[in-house]
Structure formats: structure tokens, C-alpha cells
Design a protein around this ligand. Structure first.
Ligand SMILES: Nc1ncnc2c1ncn2[C@@H]1O[C@H](COP(=O)(O)OP(=O)(O)O)[C@@H](O)[C@H]1O
Ligand SMILES: O=C(CO)[C@@H](O)[C@H](O)COP(=O)(O)O
Length: 469
């Protein structure tokens, strides 16, 4: 039996056709999304149709089921005809930072963490709805329903039926859902939207059959419930206790499976649900893979060239530290921040050191995130490095000493789309637990030095100097 997994993430849509018995990927395709932090959702649907069409054309048989993993938090506001009211505001759009502060001041961080699992920052859907109510009341008045990106793409796949749905994982990133009771929190939604209460999708079980595909080429295939991209990656990797995933895509996301819900009132760790009915505490930064792309551009090289340069510099980049807050930052919560390069001298200002500082700066944020997860009780036995930037040799070489824990690199693959495919197979199997697919070859990354502590200390000093934290 063949199933289809879709990853509709920030930069692109990926589609994988997978053999449901073995987990083997038999066909795949990819289509890009536009840049920017506000996007017309139709661009995701165009990309999905293109990637699905290509993947399915290469598939050796009929697709029985499909599921969608999508970038978390994005605000897809629909009117009473099901049309989008305005472009979606994405997870990495920081304009709603003042609304995040206001909501937290009004309700209290402790209360919000206890009720929703998280203290909202600008990424969370609830703050985007509050921004809309305050800045575009004419649009807010027209909002009849709010969906998340994966809900909206699944709904298009189903041919826009009467019913809309979501899952626990993605719902837990809205800021108006309770991970512990599994219920929406309409009072928080109404408060954020200044008295308006749009409809929200039905929350279905992780292995639900949510609908049937209406898209030509996969018509009649069962649609699984779908989930957030990080929840899908956790499912695709089959994370076990002690495993921590570090995903280096547009965002840097660090997450671990948990049996208990978390409620970190400092706001560092978001208390999300996973895609199996359990939990997925997660720390997220706004600056990961694109830090490397931007630095490569400055150095007039490509990503391989950047990697070579970084590995030819000494650990510590000759005293340079890069605080890579190129898009503002979410963890630490510095939405207005810009990037800073500290420690420049005539002697150390080389392309090699700059490349090294970029890789180290991005990874130091991830090392802090691993520590924050550990502080909330997560067991950290090994790190699994995934996402686009995990393909970089420099990242693989430098991560172990900065993380101070074993780092395994699963074979490069689209783990979000694989997790979505696994969810689709689960919806068909009717079993109590998802299928167990073996994760293809995992290689242990070997660190190039033991100076991780010193590099991290220099990074902390730079952050303290510039931002006082
Ligand atoms: N070898 C590489 N080295 C560094 N970065 C890479 C490499 N290959 C891909 N990337 C980066 O990975 C990013 C895409 O990763 P992905 O996990 O697909 O992101 P997203 O899920 O956010 O769309 C792009 O910014 C791309 O430049
Ligand atoms: O906001 C978060 C997690 O809370 C991000 O991780 C988004 O889910 C986008 O992910 P990528 O496109 O970087 O995979």
C-alpha cells in the first residue's frame, strides 16, 4: 500500500510517496514557497499541487492515504464564504510582539503557561489575532473561522468540505487550546480578538480518518488528521525517551518526547502536544538555516564553500562571536533585535573566522535550547540532527562539542513529510499505535575539538554585553 506525506513548511512543500509496510520512500518532489513573513495561502496550495502531481506521477501505484505536516502557528483567517480575509501571518512574523506582551501582562505568564502550556510570543496565533483586531478591525470583523496552515492545506485537499479539522499538536501552538484537557479555550480567543469569537476547527484523534481527497491523481485517498511540522518530524524520526531532535530549517527547533504536559512560565519552553496523544516540549529560534545562507552570500560563496571555510578556522573563530538575530529573535524573546558580530580585530577579520562564527552562533542558540529542555526535566541522551542545515559538514563537525552530548545524523531525508506519511498509514491501519518504520542509517557526528564550553561562554558574554541577558 502506498501513502503520501506532505510537508508544507516555511520555504517549500515536499511530497513523499512511501510504502506503508516498510516505510521506504519510493518517490518524492518539492516546490518552493514565496519569501516573506506574510503569504497568501494559495501559494502553499499551488506548491502542494505541483509537488503532489510530480511525486504521484513517479509513484508505482495508487495512493491510499495522505496527511499534511505544516509550519506551526500561522494565522489563516477565513470569512463566512471560506475565503482568506488577508495574507496569512507566519510564525516568524514579529509584528505582534506588543500584543504578546499585552496578553501576558493581562493574564499572567503563570496562568497562561498553566492553561495553554506556553507563554505566548509573537509566533503564536493568538497574538496575531490580537494584532489583527487592533490594527485591521475591518478584517477582524470579517473573520468567521481561524485555521492553521496544515488545516487549510488539508481542507483544500478534501475539496473544501463543510467540516474543518485540526490535531492536538498544531492546536497546542495557537495559544487558545489546553494541551491537558484537549479543549479549545474560547475565552482567551474572544479576549484576544476584542470580543469577536471566530469558529475553530474540530480537534480529531491522532489516527483519525478526517476525510477523502478530492484532488485529481489521489482522488478518494483517505486524509489523515495532519499536524504541525515539528510534531510530524518527531513521528517520522520515531523519537524515544532520551532522544532530542535539533531541527535546523528556517527555524531552529529543539524538541523531545514527553509523557507529561509542561508549563514553563519563563516562556522558554513551549508545552506542545505531539502527534501521538503525548507531549512535545519545544524550544524554537527564528534564526537557523538562513543564517548560513546569508553568511555565504556575504562571503560570495555557496553553502559548501561556507562549510569548508568554517572548518578551516580555529574553534572560537579567533575571538569573533555572531549573535545571529537576523530576523529578530524568539528565544531569547528579542523580537526587535538585529544581528551583532563582536570581537573584531584586524587580525581575526577573515572569511574563515566569519564563516565559523556564523555556524557557532547558530549552534550556540541550539545548545542553550537543549539546556532549557533539560532544565524542565527532559532526559537528553543523544541529539538527532535534522532539517536542511543538518546537511552541512561544518554543522555536523561543530555541533558535538557545543552540545556536549552524542550527536547522531540520520540519513538526509524529509522527516516532516515522512512523519505525515506515517500518520496517513496509521489512519488506514486502525491500530492503537503508529507503524514502526526503521529510520534509515544514522551516523554519529564526531566533534572536531573539545572547546565547546569556551565557545559558548564567549557567546554568552557577547549576548550579555549587547542585550543584557
Ligand atoms: N548543505 C547545506 N548546508 C547548509 N544549509 C543547507 C544545506 N542544504 C540545505 N540547506 C538550507 O536548509 C534550508 C531548508 O531547510 P528545510 O528544513 O527544508 O526548511 P523549512 O522546513 O523551514 O522550509 C534552506 O535555507 C537551505 O539553504
Ligand atoms: O514556530 C515554529 C515552532 O514553534 C517553527 O518551527 C515552525 O513550525 C516553522 O518550522 P520550519 O519551517 O522551520 O520547519
Amino acid at each position: 500500500m502506498l501513502v503520501l506525506g506532505i510537508d508544507s513548511s516555511t520555504q517549500s512543500t515536499k511530497a513523499l510517496v512511501v510504502d506503508a509496510d516498510s516505510g521506504e520512500v519510493v518517490a518524492e518532489a518539492k516546490a518552493s514557497h514565496p519569501d516573506g513573513t506574510e503569504v497568501d495561502p494559495k501559494a502553499w496550495w499551488d506548491a502542494a499541487q505541483s509537488a503532489i502531481g510530480e511525486a504521484v506521477a513517479r509513484a508505482p501505484g495508487r495512493i491510499e492515504a495522505v496527511s499534511v505536516g505544516g509550519q506551526q502557528h500561522g494565522m489563516v483567517a477565513l470569512d463566512d464564504q471560506g475565503e482568506v480575509v488577508r495574507d496569512a501571518l507566519l510564525w516568524n512574523d514579529t509584528r505582534s510582539a506588543p500584543q504578546a506582551d499585552e496578553l501576558t501582562a493581562r493574564h499572567g505568564a503563570k496562568e497562561l503557561a498553566a492553561r495553554t502550556g506556553s507563554v505566548p510570543v509573537a509566533s503564536f496565533t493568538i497574538t496575531k489575532l490580537a494584532w489583527l483586531a487592533h490594527n485591521e478591525p475591518q478584517h477582524a470583523d470579517r473573520v468567521a473561522q481561524v485555521l492553521l496552515p496544515h488545516d487549510w492545506v488539508s481542507w483544500q485537499l478534501a475539496g473544501r468540505p463543510e467540516r474543518t479539522w485540526t490535531d492536538h499538536g498544531d492546536a497546542s501552538g495557537t495559544g487558545y487550546y489546553s494541551p491537558t484537557t484537549g479543549e479549545w479555550l474560547p475565552d482567551l480567543l474572544t479576549d484576544a480578538m476584542a470580543g469577536r469569537t471566530p469558529a475553530v476547527p474540530e480537534v480529531l484523534a491522532p489516527n483519525a480518518r478526517a476525510g477523502q481527497a478530492a484532488l485529481p491523481g489521489i482522488e478518494g485517498a483517505t486524509i489523515g488528521v495532519g499536524t504541525g511540522d515539528n510534531m510530524a518530524a518527531a513521528l517520522g524520526l520515531g523519537l524515544k525517551p532520551g532522544d532530542v531532535a535539533v531541527s535546523l530549517g528556517t527555524s531552529g527547533a529543539v524538541f523531545a518526547p514527553a509523557e507529561q504536559a509542561s508549563a514553563d512560565e519563563t516562556g522558554t519552553v513551549a508545552g506542545f502536544c505531539d502527534a501521538t496523544g503525548r507531549y512535545l516540549p519545544l524550544v524554537c529560534t527564528l534564526n537557523a538555516a538562513r543564517v548560513l545562507t546569508s553568511t555565504a552570500q556575504v562571503l560570495d560563496t555557496d553553502l559548501e564553500g561556507l562549510s569548508r571555510l568554517a572548518l578551516s578556522a580555529e574553534p572560537g573563530a579567533g575571538g569573533l562571536s555572531l549573535l545571529p538575530y537576523l530576523e529578530g529573535e524568539r528565544t531569547p524573546n528579542l523580537p526587535e533585535a538585529t544581528g551583532t558580530l563582536t570581537g573584531l580585530t584586524g587580525a581575526n577579520m577573515t572569511p574563515q573566522n566569519l564563516a565559523r562564527a556564523a555556524v557557532e552562533g547558530m549552534l550556540c542558540g541550539m545548545a542553550d535550547a537543549i539546556e532549557a529542555l533539560r532544565d524542565t526535566g527532559a532526559e537528553v541522551r543523544r541529539v538527532l540532527l535534522i532539517g536542511g542545515a543538518a546537511r552541512s559538514e561544518a554543522v555536523q563537525g561543530i555541533a558535538p562539542s557545543l552540545f556536549g552530548v552524542d550527536v547522531d545524523v540520520p540519513d538526509p531525508a524529509e522527516y516532516v513529510a515522512l512523519g505525515a506519511a506515517k500518520q496517513a498509514a496509521w489512519a488506514c491501519s486502525g491500530a492503537a499505535t503508529p507503524p514502526e518504520w526503521e529510520v534509515a542509517g544514522t551516523r554519529r557526528a564526531v566533534g572536531d575539538d573539545t572547546s565547546g564550553r569556551a565557545v559558548r561562554a564567549a557567546y554568552s558574554r557577547a549576548r550579555n554585553q549587547v542585550h543584557g541577558i
